[in-house]
Design a protein around this ligand. Structure first.
Ligand code: IPD
Length: 252
């Protein structure tokens, strides 16, 4: 993943390297494709026979058995704008359950990772330290959200929730990389993240990192996420997670 991260350095895609995908303001760059091809080649060597679900593939179904779920660049719009906050996100899924996840921010060098049952870690400059979620209640929370930019019809629902959360928390952030948002909750920098629709590659790796760090990741109604299809995502420390569900019930 760190080798793949090198492909982002100095990458500021020209207009000719950017293609529009279905949905609102949804793009793929030559860099997304290059990172994806690199990762698929290297992970095929590491685990021969494993399948792949990757964002920039033509079809999106989860292969049975062992498979990698890859978002080559989570934060493609940030990359296009040279915002320097994007991630490479890789999960390993075994018979439908995520057992390993890693999220790399190539700009900061921070690598978040976790294997199921073994804790969550943040590695920077070659040193890894264990991470865990905060215990902050919503009132003291730094809340992150995603705008679901490719589904602008969901804007009313998203921004009504953002307004309520803003009034009941310390402040709000919108970073442009859901994978990093979830990892920021996992390491306690932020306390709660939500987005009304995300694809499995945006959150699969983050889901195991967050759960190993003591957090909860569900849909925004509290039900379990399903890797087979896009869904909403709520990722938070357990107290803030419960407060979000209560707030949403109250406002319905
Ligand atoms: C996107 C980012 C963004 C979120 C979008 C995602 P992509 O991922 O995570 O923060 O708001 O919903 O799709 O498309 O850049 O891989």
């Amino acid at each position: 993943m760190r080798e793949a991260g090198e492909l982002l350095h100095g990458a500021h895609p020209a207009a000719s390297e950017i293609t529009v995908k279905p949905g609102d303001d949804n793009f793929v760059t030559a860099c997304d494709v290059a990172v994806q091809e690199f990762l698929i080649a290297r992970f095929s060597e590491l685990l021969p026979g494993a399948g792949f679900l990757a964002e920039e593939q033509e079809t999106h179904c989860i292969p049975s058995g062992r498979c990698f779920i890859i978002d080559p660049i989570d934060g493609t719009t940030n990359l296009i704008h040279d915002y320097r906050h994007s991630a490479i996100s890789v999960a390993l899924c075994e018979n439908g359950a995520v057992t390993f996840g890693a999220v790399l921010n190539p700009y900061s060098g921070e690598l978040f990772y976790a294997a199921r049952g073994e804790g969550a870690f943040l590695e920077t400059d070659g040193a890894a330290k264990r991470i865990c979620v905060s215990a902050r209640p919503l009132r003291d929370a730094l809340v992150e959200f995603g705008t679901s930019p490719y589904y602008k019809a969901l804007a009313d629902e998203t921004f009504a929730l953002v307004k309520e959360l803003f009034l009941r928390s310390r402040d709000i952030r919108r970073s442009g990389s859901a994978a990093l948002d979830i990892c920021y909750v996992a390491c306690g920098r932020c306390d709660l993240f939500f987005e009304t629709i995300l694809s499995p590659w945006d959150y699969a790796a983050g889901s195991v990192i967050l759960s190993e760090a003591g957090g909860l990741l569900t849909q925004i109604d509290g039900s379990a996420v399903r890797l087979e299809a896009p869904s909403s995502v709520l990722a938070a420390n357990p107290g803030a997670h419960a407060e979000f569900l209560a707030l949403r019930r109250e406002k319905k």
